[in-house]
Design a binder for this molecule. Structure first.
Ligand code: DX5
Ligand code: ZN
Length: 214
């Protein structure tokens, strides 16, 4: 299981210390949420914070774009150090999805496609061989600390089965309301990457990460 703590929930008064704890926690990825106040009703980080985090953390930089213009911001965050760029199916037109995946790949970065809780898994079917990762949102994107949506494990199962049928090796990631209990439900459904924000940063970071791996 890959654990990807979401730095949206870190204590911004204690950023450096918490990132150092994260580096030593056993988590492999850092999940970095980008919000534009438009695709979602919240604002988060720009590229300069990612550049700073790259200087103090060797963790894999998993950038989740919750923006209406992922075409522009993919480049901005690749320049800032992203190693994986995930954008939303709901933010772009169907004919823009493959070209954007290709553009991200041409820059030597992995590409992911995400769906919101009410978007069915079937919409991903045409794209299963175009992406390295699919992100199932288990809360409405925009804020940390929300309740896990119960339909996520069945969506993970359906997606894993679709990927198997199409011989895709893409990873499946889940994001929103993940703690030791909901993480276990997703692990049982076959998820590869668990994103967790408030659960990791409102507890002892190392203990929380460890509990997600069990
Ligand atoms: C929500 C973000 C999440 C968020 C998760 O829109 O995409 O990554 O940080 O936070 P928790 O784990 O607290 O639900
Ligand atoms: Zn996220």
């Amino acid at each position: 299981m890959i654990i990807a703590p979401s730095v949206l929930s870190l204590d911004y008064c204690d950023t450096k210390k918490q990132i150092e704890e994260l580096n030593a926690s056993g988590a492999q990825w850092m999940h970095y949420d980008v919000m534009d106040g438009n695709f979602v009703p919240n604002l988060s980080f720009g590229p300069d914070i990612l550049k700073a985090f790259c200087r103090i953390s060797p963790l894999y930089k998993d950038v989740h774009l919750m923006v209406n213009d992922p075409n522009t911001y993919a480049d901005v965050f690749i320049d800032a150090g992203a190693q994986l760029i995930t954008f939303h199916y709901e933010a772009v037109s169907e004919d823009a999805i493959r070209p954007l995946a290709k553009k991200i790949h041409d820059r030597g970065v992995k590409a992911g496609l995400s769906i919101k809780p009410d978007t069915p898994v079937e919409v991903l079917e045409p794209y299963v061989n175009d992406f390295d990762l699919f992100l199932i949102m288990s809360v409405e994107p925009g804020f940390g600390g929300q309740k896990f949506r119960e339909n996520a494990p069945e969506k993970i199962r359906a997606l894993k089965s679709l990927l198997n049928t199409k011989q895709s090796h893409a990873l499946v990631e889940v994001d929103g309301g993940i703690n030791a209990q909901t993480g276990k439900l997703c692990a049982d459904a076959g998820v590869d990457v668990l994103v967790a924000g408030s659960y990791v940063f409102k507890n002892t970071i190392r203990e929380a990460v460890k509990s997600l791996c069990e």
